[in-house]
Design a protein around this ligand. Structure first.
Ligand code: GLY
Length: 566
């Protein structure tokens, strides 16, 4: 018997063992359980703000707005008013909505803006300079969200964030480490001392105060969206642009609009998922993944069985190939949604998979690579006492965006322009490329992977889920949902379970260190997969509605994430 047959036989036995195990599997442990409402976010202070809004009679949408502003204070790595994001909303009546407050390219942006005269990429220009910033969307998004869904006064949603900025909050140990690591780039990229800089190193539980940010938040509280896009804040942003030769103008700011979009809705094994349409690739990619794996008995294969990992990685490989070619802002590029989600096309895609052998990514698509995205984004999930739910993902793109703070306004700018294909058709500075669909154009939104998602079962709310993680967002959300619906895990267990990721190029399965046992790795390698250990994948914050109607939180232990319920 040769080595491959031998390992495949072994994998069959092993898969049998895992499926057997899975069929009797019950959630081993649970996350926080609450009777009425739940907030799960990347920071305990932000979750606490959301919980207080819920306790005071606010809805999940009110709480989401307050959490978004609180995260801009207590989680400056990704929480923001200088960035953008998406909400998926499900009302207690079952109405669905998708809110797009993604950043936009300024009016002066153009396709080759990050290339020199020789059409070579200017290293760092789309990530670490003022040119990296798109027009921020968060404040307009919150105003639009509250115009439709708000029940509490706008000021009540801003005041908790203002208090946290004014009085300060205790840094977690990982935040202290992260700010210490940031010191040099903050000093280099800002000509004055920001709130994040001090002589001595930050320690856990040190208080971080942000008085300038508090003043900006007060202007937003008192003037709504105009407190950001007009007047003093807009003036400070534009002054910063002029000082550093940035592109965003007063007109760009005044013209920015958040948009309501039609969510992507689909089904998987009796569950309905609702997720984000373009300019995110998340919803379409998730729909494709579910349709492809639905052609196989995934639940029988079992959690982290060889077959399950192989099938999911092969599905991911194909979906990321399509993403690179076909996904972009469909206000500017005709995204073939219907075709990408066509059952026949996805059945054919599923049929391409050889269950004994890894496909070579070069054979899946002519596209070479996709833009690699920074993994610093943040997600929060909220459910209220009436059953309204919000899945929200928001970002500055890189950790602390481009690390340029608006002088006098106390907030960081995003570097989201790097989510465009900065050099369509050719590898960018990260050795990656995208297609025309995501080329830079004035006013266009850059393609995202953010995948805030709500899952329903029998027309009732079942799960609220999402993650940061750049291109790994989609697979993190996909795997977390499968962990519950196919592998019978509870919410916390599903969130804690180790993850893996395939994005077509590079042609490898990235696996969290120690996430798979060595025998499984050997078997996958025998099938032709390249296995690459890496650090954490995603940081999922999710809520599950249990059979008795109670809510179970899944707050990702990979970070400081915290659930607060009532
Ligand atoms: N900047 C990460 C994303 O939007 O996917």
């Amino acid at each position: 018997m040769n080595k491959v047959i031998c390992t495949l036989l072994l994998s069959g036995l092993l898969a049998g063992f895992y499926s057997c195990n899975n069929s009797v599997h019950k959630p081993e442990y649970r996350g926080l359980i609450a009777d009425n409402g739940m907030v799960v976010s990347a920071h305990p202070e932000a979750s606490e703000v959301g919980k207080r809004i819920l306790e005071n009679g606010g809805t999940a949408m009110d709480a989401a707005c307050a959490v978004e502003f609180a995260l801009s204070v207590v989680y400056p790595a990704a929480g923001n008013i200088g960035g953008g994001g998406f909400w998926i909303v499900r009302t207690a009546d079952g109405d669905l909505a998708a809110l797009d407050f993604r950043e936009k390219a300024p009016d002066a942006a153009y396709r080759n803006m990050y290339l020199d005269d020789d059409e070579e990429v200017i290293r760092g220009s789309s990530t670490s300079t003022i040119l990296a910033s798109g027009i921020p969307g968060t404040v307009a998004g919150m105003a639009k969200g509250m115009e439709k869904f708000g029940t509490l006064p706008w000021a009540d949603l801003l005041n908790p964030a203002i208090e946290l900025a004014e009085k300060g909050f205790p840094l977690t140990a990982s935040q202290a480490r992260s700010l210490n690591g940031l010191k040099r780039s903050l000093i280099t990229r800002n000509t004055w001392r920001t709130s994040f800089i001090r002589e001595t190193l930050w320690q856990a539980n040190d208080t971080l105060r942000q008085p300038e940010l508090a003043e900006t938040l007060k202007r937003i509280r008192d003037n709504g969206r105009d407190g950001f896009y007009k007047g003093e804040t807009a003036r400070l942003i534009v002054e910063q642009m002029e000082e550093l030769d940035g592109l965003i103008t007063i007109e760009d700011l005044a013209a920015y609009e958040a948009q309501w979009r039609e969510p992507v809705v689909g089904n998987y094994n009796g569950y309905e998922f609702v997720s984000m349409p373009p300019p995110s690739s998340g919803g379409i990619a998730l729909g494709q993944l579910f349709n492809i794996v639905a052609e196989y008995p995934l639940a029988e294969y079992g959690f982290h069985s060889i077959e399950a990992i192989h099938l999911m990685a092969e599905a991911e490989r194909r979906v990321y190939a399509d993403r690179a070619e076909w996904l972009g802002d469909d206000d500017y590029f005709d995204v073939p949604r219907k075709e990408l989600l066509s059952p026949k096309y996805l059945k054919d895609r599923a049929g391409e998979i050889d269950m004994n052998k890894a496909t070579n990514s070069e054979e899946v698509s002519a596209m070479q690579m996709i833009p690699e995205e920074s993994e610093e984004t943040t997600h929060y999930s909220i459910v209220d006492q009436w059953g309204n739910a919000v899945a929200a993902t928001t970002t500055l793109n890189g950790g602390y965006g481009n690390r340029i703070m608006v002088k006098g306004a106390g907030f960081l700018l995003n570097n989201e322009m790097d989510d465009f294909s900065i050099k369509p058709g050719f590898p960018n500075v990260y050795g990656l490329i995208g297609g025309d669909a995501n080329a830079i154009q004035a006013g266009k939104r850059m393609l995202s992977s953010m995948t805030p998602t709500i899952v329903n079962k029998d027309n009732e709310l079942f799960m609220v889920v999402g993650s940061p993680g750049g291109s790994t967002i989609i697979t993190s959300v996909f795997q977390t949902i499968l962990n519950v619906v196919d592998f019978n895990m509870g919410m916390q267990e599903a969130v804690d379970a180790s993850r893996f990721h395939h994005q077509c190029f590079p042609d490898q399965i990235s696996v969290e260190t120690d996430g798979l046992d060595s025998l499984t790795i050997v078997n996958l390698e025998a099938m032709g997969h390249k296995i690459k250990p890496r650090g954490k994948i995603g940081r999922v914050d999710a809520i599950l509605v249990l059979d008795d109607g109670k809510l179970e939180a899944g707050a990702d232990k990979r970070g400081d994430d915290a659930a607060k319920g009532h």
